[in-house]
Design a protein around this ligand. Structure first.
Ligand SMILES: Nc1ncnc2c1ncn2[C@@H]1O[C@H](COP(=O)(O)OP(=O)(O)OP(=O)(O)O)[C@@H](O)[C@H]1O
Ligand SMILES: [Mg+2]
Length: 361
């Protein structure tokens, strides 16, 4: 391939319209909007020929078959402050449902609404300010802890940063570092453990103060101390916010206000844990295979307790509109790493091996 062809392709890429963008006349979501509503949502991922470049089509035969529908007639509501859990077999569509809330993709039929507004009618920026996403694998910048936190809220004071880190159970760890907030994190800096990374990401979320949290609970096993700390940090982060959680933990399904059971892209059941268990359907089966075997640690049982305390104390106004206006959407997953959990697990393993090698060497 000649350099000239490559340049042409660069411009072709630059000219591609972004898949998701503000429609003309899009309005800002009113601060504090926190209801999530799926109204008969159908979805399929874009087919190869819908996202490809013309120049590539001359050298590759693209699959022109429409991709298969992934979600069918999904309808539910998460009321302000509710904790709604998604449960279902692998490939059922849980992650896909969660990605439609911050509008990583658009529904193909039906509508996704936040605070009563169709997400396609509101500005992406205001939507992503309102929705904080915590993925299984927290992404931090290779920069100082201060910079990582400031990204969520540029005008945050040092006091606010410490308060967020303490609430996220990471304050003590950072205080013990010689450079404190100015410690550079990442591969070439201080290597945070998996649990520490997650807690720093939660501190970032607390600074951002979204009214909605979308959480993909970690499946990776942390040591029990980190586990307890992460659970406590999450309980604080979720309290008073509308939360949509892809549940992998027993404590979460027990505490959920409502559990949605997803199978083959459809909602097949919903209810509270005891109710669904008594019904003896798919949920009971999933419970036996995914949840029952989990050992309940102290940390896990704290989840409901902390959440309950925060709600009792009336902390149900998580929105700080001034702060949100400037916040970035960094908590939304980065697209490169969004594809599979398998990829993440592999990276984690590689990272652990690296750490081991470094310790040994
Ligand atoms: N980027 C993508 N492009 C095409 N198809 C996809 C994409 N991501 C997921 N799918 C497909 O959509 C379906 C639902 O996947 P999804 O990731 O939502 O399932 P899940 O319930 O989150 O599963 P898991 O529990 O394994 O995370 C699967 O058939 C999957 O293969
Ligand atoms: Mg998933």
């Amino acid at each position: 391939m000649t350099a000239l062809v490559s340049f042409e392709r660069v411009f072709e890429v630059l000219d591609l319209p972004p898949a998701i963008s503000d429609r003309p006349g899009a309005v800002d979501l009113p601060p504090g909007s926190s209801m999530i509503e799926f109204d008969d949502v159908g979805f399929r991922y874009p087919a190869a020929d819908e996202v490809s470049l013309a120049s590539l089509e001359s050298v590759a035969v693209l699959d022109k078959r429409p991709s298969e529908a992934v979600l069918h007639h999904v309808s539910f509501r998460a009321e302000p402050g509710e904790l709604v859990a998604l449960v279902g077999p692998s490939g059922a569509g849980k992650t896909t449902i969660s990605q439609l809330v911050p509008r990583m993709y658009d529904a193909v039929s039906g509508a996704v609404r936040v605070g009563g507004h169709d997400v396609r009618d509101i500005t992406l920026r205001s939507l992503r300010d309102a929705v904080g996403v915590v993925t299984q694998d927290a992404h931090l910048f290779h920069d100082t802890i201060r910079a990582n936190l400031a990204y969520a809220r540029p005008e945050a004071t040092q006091e606010q940063m410490w308060a967020a880190m303490d609430a996220a159970q990471i304050g003590a760890v950072v205080r013990a570092l010689p450079d404190g907030l100015d410690t550079v994190v990442g591969d070439r800096g201080y290597r945070l453990s998996g649990g520490e990374k997650q807690r720093l990401a939660i501190a970032r979320l607390l600074l951002k103060e979204p009214s909605i949290v979308v959480l993909d609970e970690a499946t990776a096993h942390l040591d029990s101390e980190s586990e307890a700390a992460v659970q406590q940090a999450l309980a604080t982060a979720l309290a008073g916010r509308t939360s949509l959680v892809i549940a992998h933990r027993l404590s979460t399904v027990r505490d959920a206000d409502r559990i949605l059971v997803v199978e083959d892209g459809r909602l097949v059941d919903s209810g509270r844990h005891t109710e669904l268990l008594a019904r003896g359907g798919l949920y009971a089966e999933l419970y036996r295979t995914q949840f029952e075997t989990q050992f309940e640690t102290r940390g896990e049982s704290r989840f409901g307790e902390v959440r309950g305390q925060a709600l009792d104390a009336g902390r149900v106004e998580p929105t700080n509109s001034a702060a949100m206006a400037d916040a970035r959407d960094q908590d939304v997953v980065d697209t490169e790493n969004r594809d599979t959990d398998r990829g993440e697990a592999e990276r984690d393993r590689a990272e652990r091996d690296d750490t081991k090698a470094a310790t040994v060497g």
